[in-house]
Design a protein around this ligand. Structure first.
Ligand code: ADP
Length: 520
């Protein structure tokens, strides 16, 4: 039996281009699925960072005119990944990030840039390459969401489609006037279609048309069906609840392995934690901190409202007064960066910040910090806390989304049962965060118990091999369902949205438009 062919469609893929967890997941899934007899290939835009690293490539498809220029699709391999790269200089060949210019502005042609990705996926799904016709097209986030949309609108004999929501805050909304420009039929501009609050909603469309929806943790799958967390899409998600599942992300255990990590000053393992202290010292040196014995807390994060960084600023005096130190690696919101820079000046020797995007430093922090702080207001899955578990940097997390699903709070019962792996707090408020930091500070001084907690985290099964079977089962279930309907069945319609049911919770820095961030 030949392997099941799955085309993964995404706007980033580690190690070629990554702004957050999305890139990690897209890069890790193909390898993990090999063991499940799934041949996953990934369709990605040909940004300069991607084109520069491609070796030998073969043209497998071309388009004379796709949104203003000619396009070639290249098949290439990179570090074990099978890629299809959309080479479209008019859309992707420019300096800056994948979604924004170096000045942090969304690219004005993002609608066309990511519609092109969906259109090419449609061609694959329609059998444009006879040698490799996918049985499943799996789209990630709004940037790829027109793939299931175009396929559903194209008609019969199409592959089954899946869309994964990595963060419902990023939705991709564009003016209704772009409908024909985006090659969408008039008839699709409806509540049962691509229309979203009077505009074209890429993510909305994908959620409406895809045969199955996944998101990256069971708790987040529930949260996004509520008005508080659904950011305007909760009604549709409730309506499609029978098609929505949450699968926690895995981590790449080869890239994130403290026993072999060359970014560390010293390598170590669960049974040999001793050398870890060299990383702690290296970290203190790197951030210009005193060689202080108290707990060294760390943040590795986009600096946004979502990540609760403003709450951490408020809790910082307590953290310092309790004998702690803080290192922060993060980029994002300029106001937050300025506030943390101030804090580092105000607490010289105790607080250090680096406002870049630095993959090696992220590893060193995981390998040297005592505790990792994630006071997120919402967190679909979160990978950083999983790396923290693997590296013995004890996570202190808000009880939301994937953080609730992956960390076991060190309450009395969990400690007695020897299952605690970190600290959770709720509600997401400065008082609860302060309390969790204080609990960690107390726990840190019981060295034996702290080490036991580190070891427990380090022994958790966090790799993709534990997760891949859930994706494989979903794909096989969809195939077993048989022929795809031309359009979504009658009766499978979302109810009309009530007036006033507009996207809410759109704080600065987390606007449901385009994913902001820095590229590597
Ligand atoms: P999100 O995808 O919301 O940003 P995750 O926790 O799922 O959050 O994934 C974040 C990923 O990005 C992790 O791999 C983390 O190590 C990395 N990361 C975040 N900020 C930085 C940074 N400034 N430098 C290096 N890596 C970072």
């Amino acid at each position: 039996m030949s392997d099941l062919k799955v085309l993964s469609v995404a706007s980033e893929i580690f190690p070629l281009v990554k702004t957050g967890g999305l890139g990690d997941v897209v890069g890790a899934l193909p390898r993990a699925l090999q063991a499940e007899a799934i041949d996953m290939r990934v369709l990605v835009p040909g940004y300069p960072a991607v084109m520069a690293k491609l070796g030998a490539a073969e043209t497998v498809l071309d388009f004379d005119d796709l949104f203003g220029g000619s396009v070639r699709v290249l098949a290439a391999r990179f570090e074990g990944l099978s890629l299809f790269v959309v080479e479209a200089p008019h859309l992707y060949d420019r300096p800056g990030g994948p979604y924004q210019s170096a000045l942090g502005r969304d690219w004005p042609d993002n609608a066309e840039r990511f519609a092109a990705l969906g259109w090419v996926a449609r061609a694959f799904g329609s059998g444009a390459i006879s040698a490799w016709r996918p049985a499943i097209v799996h789209a990630h986030d709004w940037q790829a969401a027109l793939a299931p949309t175009y396929l559903a609108l194209t008609g019969q004999n199409r592959p089954a489609t899946v869309i994964t929501i990595h963060n419902v805050a990023f939705q991709g909304q564009f003016p209704a006037a772009m409908l024909s420009r985006l090659r969408l039929p008039e008839s699709a501009f409806a509540a049962d279609g691509v229309e979203y609050y009077g505009a074209i909603g890429f993510l909305k469309a994908g959620l409406f048309y895809a045969d199955a929806i996944t998101t990256v943790s069971p708790t987040y799958a529930r949260e996004i069906q509520t008005p508080e967390s659904g950011m305007g899409l909760d009604g549709l998600l409730r309506h499609r609840a029978d098609r929505l599942i949450g699968i926690v992300n895995g981590i790449d255990e080869a890239i994130w392995d403290p026993a072999s990590d060359l970014h560390l000053a010293a390598r170590y393992g669960r049974r040999r934690l001793g050398p870890r202290r060299h990383n702690r010292v290296a970290l203190q040196q790197r951030f210009g901190l005193d060689h202080h014995p108290g707990p060294l807390f760390a943040v590795i994060s986009r600096l946004t409202w979502q990540k609760g960084m403003d709450l951490l600023l408020e809790a910082l005096p307590g953290l310092i007064a309790g004998g702690g130190q803080l290192v922060l690696l993060g980029a994002g919101d300029a106001t937050l960066e300025a506030a943390f820079a101030d804090a580092a000046r105000g607490h010289a020797g105790r607080v250090g910040c680096d406002f870049g995007y630095d993959e090696p430093l992220a590893h060193l922090i995981q390998g040297g910090a005592d505790a990792l702080l994630m006071p997120s207001r919402f967190e679909p899955c979160g990978l950083t806390q999983l790396y923290g578990l693997r590296y013995g940097a004890v996570p202190i997390v808000a009880r939301v989304g994937g953080l609730a699903d992956t960390i076991i709070d060190a309450n009395d019962a969990a400690l007695a049962d020897r299952v605690a792996t970190g600290f959770q707090f709720a509600p997401v408020h400065v008082d609860a965060l302060t309390d969790a930091i204080a609990r960690a500070q107390t726990a840190f001084h019981n060295r034996a118990a702290w080490r036991a907690m580190q070891r427990r985290g380090m022994s958790r099964k966090l790799g993709w091999s534990a997760r891949a079977p859930a994706y494989a089962a979903l794909y096989r279930r969809l195939i077993a369902e048989g022929d795809r309907p031309k359009n979504r069945a009658e009766g499978d319609r979302p109810k009309n949205r009530a007036e006033g049911d507009r996207p809410k919770n759109r704080a600065e820095g987390d606007r449901p438009k385009n994913r902001a961030g820095d590229s590597i």
